[in-house]
Every structure is written in C-alpha cells, then in structure tokens.
Design a protein around this ligand. Structure first.
Ligand SMILES: Nc1ncnc2c1ncn2[C@@H]1O[C@H](COP(=O)(O)OP(=O)(O)O)[C@@H](O)[C@H]1O
Ligand SMILES: [Mg+2]
Length: 255
C-alpha cells in the first residue's frame, strides 16, 4: 500500500435541489516523496478530492488512508495551499503568518522566529517578513502560503491551483521555485491544476480526471524527465501531447 491511498472514494453532495455526485470511485496510491499532479477540467471534482484528503469533507463512499491510518479530519500532517490568498491572516506580518501553526503548537517565540525565518528564506523572501499581506504581491502571498504550510513540517503538501490566479511570468517563476523546494524538502505533494503545461513541468506523475458528474481518475501518465524540465525538449513535448490528448476528450465530449 502507498503512503497515501484513496480507495474507491466517492462524494455525493446533498443540496436543496437534490444530490450531486461530484466524485465517483476514485482510486490512487501515492508514494512518499512523489509530486503527483491531478489535472482536470473545471468542475470535474479536483477540489473535492483534495478537500477529502485534507479532511475538510468526508467521503460518502470508499476510504482514505495516510500512512495506513484512516483520515477522519484535518491535521497538521497535511499542509494546504489554496488558490486565493485570503487564507493569510491580514492582521499578522508575513513572518507571523508563517509561524502561526508553530504558535498554536506552543513553540517558544525564539524558536518560532528562527523556523519562520528559515522558510521565509526558502521561498525567496528574506527581508520581507515584516510586511503584512496587503503589502505583498499575489506571487509573494503564494510564497508565504507555501512557507506557512512547510513550517509545520507536514507529511504531505496539498496544493489547490496555487498559481492559478497569477500572471504567466510569475507563475513560471513560482513553478521553478516550487520544484526546487520539493527537491530540497523531499515532501510528498498533491498538486491540483487545470494547466497541462504546469502539470508536465512539475509532476513525477500526472493523473488525468474524467469530467463529472461522477468525476474520476481516467489515466495516470508517468513523467520520466529530469528536473529542471526543459519545456521545448522532445521528451516534454511527447508527454504534453499524451496528456493533452487525454484532456482534449474531456473538453470536447469524446469518450
Ligand atoms: N459543497 C458542495 N455542494 C454541492 N455541490 C458541490 C459542492 N462542492 C462542489 N460541488 C460540485 O461538485 C462538482 C465538483 O466541484 P469541484 O471539486 O470544486 O471541481 P473542480 O475543483 O475540479 O473545479 C461541481 O459540479 C460542483 O458544483
Ligand atoms: Mg477546484
């Protein structure tokens, strides 16, 4: 069994107008240290899968195991990075945002500070720790979110389209940074995106989802290319085309 296991996981939401099957029979096993990108069209159930692994939502069928133990709710062993940056605390400095989880765990101030400074440096923001979120650019805020998640030393990083709201150039810079941080920390990452190129640039494996209702895993494409990825290389183009063909069917209705 893998480090993370989703076994026949399903989610049916009950709404006022009836029920909606967001995810159906989703099965995947992740190895420790891998960078798994979950790719799919809008509304296919990506966030629902991540929320269930994060423990924010309970599956309505199947089960989720982390290191052999069932996930029953949120926990410090999973660090979450969201697309929007409104999850940062406006009233705290960047450094205090990074150290927030450490404060909850009761670590002494000096230790919190040292750890927060270390992760501030890791995300390339040394010297910017005294700023508040409102004084930071979108890219900087996403760096702070990543640092905050890592500061708690989670076993897995769950990232839901973290660069989706950034301009193309900032996005490319942050992708490269994340790739470096992943190599440095050897964290297991589940990264959600709807951007094929982003998935091919970052992942050790790309999981392509089928569109909903009943969104599920349609195929898993291994990306056996060295890092940093050369996006104009023949190898990259080959993987891109393979993934593109799988997604294309979901956009244009083929089966
Ligand atoms: N809390 C909810 N209640 C009802 N339906 C939901 C809820 N959350 C998501 N859905 C529905 O489930 C489907 C999958 O949503 P989501 O996981 O957010 O997709 P994605 O992240 O791939 O865009 C969508 O059709 C969405 O409307
Ligand atoms: Mg989503």
């Amino acid at each position: 069994m893998g480090f993370v296991a989703l076994e026949g996981v399903g989610k049916v939401f009950q709404g006022r107008t009836g029920s909606w099957e967001a995810v159906r029979d989703f099965t995947i096993s992740l190895e420790e240290g891998e960078f798994f990108c979950l790719l799919g069209t809008s509304g296919c159930g990506k966030t629902t899968v991540l929320n269930m692994l994060a423990g924010f939502e309970a599956p309505t069928s199947g089960r989720i195991l982390l290191d052999g133990k069932p996930v029953t709710g949120p926990g410090a062993d999973r660090g979450v990075v969201f697309q929007g940056h409104d999850s940062l605390y406006d009233w705290l400095t960047a450094l205090d945002n990074i150290g927030f989880g450490l404060r909850l765990r009761g670590l002494p101030r000096s230790e919190r500070r040292a750890t927060a400074e270390r992760f501030l440096k890791m995300v390339g923001l040394t010297g910017q720790g005294a700023k508040h979120p409102s004084e930071l650019s979108g890219g900087m805020k996403q760096r702070i979110q990543i640092a905050r998640a890592l500061a708690n030393d989670p076993r897995i990083l769950l990232m839901d389209e973290p660069f989706g709201a950034l301009d193309a150039m900032t996005r490319a810079v942050l992708q490269a940074e994340l790739s470096r941080i992943w190599a440095e920390t050897k964290k297991t990452v589940l990264f959600i995106t709807h951007d094929i190129e982003e998935a091919c640039a970052l992942a050790t494996r790309v999981g392509v989802m089928k569109r909903g209702p009943g969104g599920t895993l349609k195929a898993v494409v291994p990306v056996d290319l060295p890092f940093p990825r050369e996006r104009t290389s023949d190898g990259f183009m080959r993987v891109f085309r393979e993934v593109h063909a799988l997604i294309h069917e979901e956009i244009h209705g083929g089966h």
